[in-house]
Write a protein that binds this ligand. Structure first.
Ligand code: URA
Length: 221
């Protein structure tokens, strides 16, 4: 029980005894006092609430100014999660990264295998961005992005075909199926433009409608 509570961030292993004496922890409705109590397929509750799931998948509307990293300088995206989730082991990590100034849909999970699967180039998950540009479009961007031939500086393979929809001369929706480093900003750099604001509207089927910046919800994948 102590290892389980500690991996889910309720307390450290050394604090488990105190935690059990202070909180009403039940296994299948029976109060537990002993840290050595095993509870594999049983229902565990803490003060009447079901224990958090072992695998969490969270959809967040990332605000601007937070970084998707455990160790970079600045305000970490994880600081927006409840303290208990921040203490989990394995840690909750973002599925891929958004730049500090990019906003919108991002998944976070403590399931390493799932994270790996979703970020693998083979997954080809669709990501839709709303892109605000410094300069009006020149007219050939959609064709260049759709071609499947665009080569970014320093890359060995051209980008996969991407779909661009024009909303107005400095605002587009761009759908890509890869997740290369600074991909959207570099794509517009390649057509002599500059991204001034970037918002990810959806990651796969998950959009941020109904979530204010910094808000999140647990999803079932
Ligand atoms: N492409 C970028 O350039 N930045 C992001 O944050 C995401 C995609």
């Amino acid at each position: 029980m102590d290892a389980h509570l500690s991996s889910l961030g309720y307390c450290s292993r050394s604090e488990a005894k105190k935690f059990l004496s202070k909180n009403l922890v039940c296994v299948d409705g029976v109060r537990v006092f002993d840290v050595r109590q095993k509870a594999y397929n049983n229902e565990i509750t803490v003060d009447g609430e079901r224990l958090d799931d072992e695998c969490l998948v969270i959809l967040m509307n990332k605000p601007s100014g937070v970084v998707c990293s455990h160790d970079d300088a600045g305000v970490l995206i994880y600081s927006l999660l409840p303290p208990r989730w921040q203490r989990r082991n394995p840690k909750i990590s973002t599925v891929g990264r958004l730049d500090a100034d990019t906003t919108g849909a991002i998944l976070l999970t403590d399931d390493g295998a799932l994270n790996h699967k979703l970020t693998s180039p083979k997954s080809e998950i669709s990501k839709v961005y709303e892109v605000t540009l410094a300069e009006p479009l020149r007219g050939d961007e959609a064709e260049i992005f759709a071609s499947g031939n665009l080569m970014l500086n320093g890359e060995k393979k051209p980008l996969k075909s991407a779909k661009m929809q024009i909303i107005n001369p400095t605002l587009v929706r761009l759908e890509i199926s890869e997740g290369r480093y600074h991909q959207v900003k570099r794509m517009f750099g390649a057509v002599k433009n500059r991204v001034v604001a970037l918002h990810r509207v959806r990651f796969g089927e998950y959009g941020v409608e109904g979530l204010e910046p910094s808000e999140y919800r647990v999803i079932n994948l």
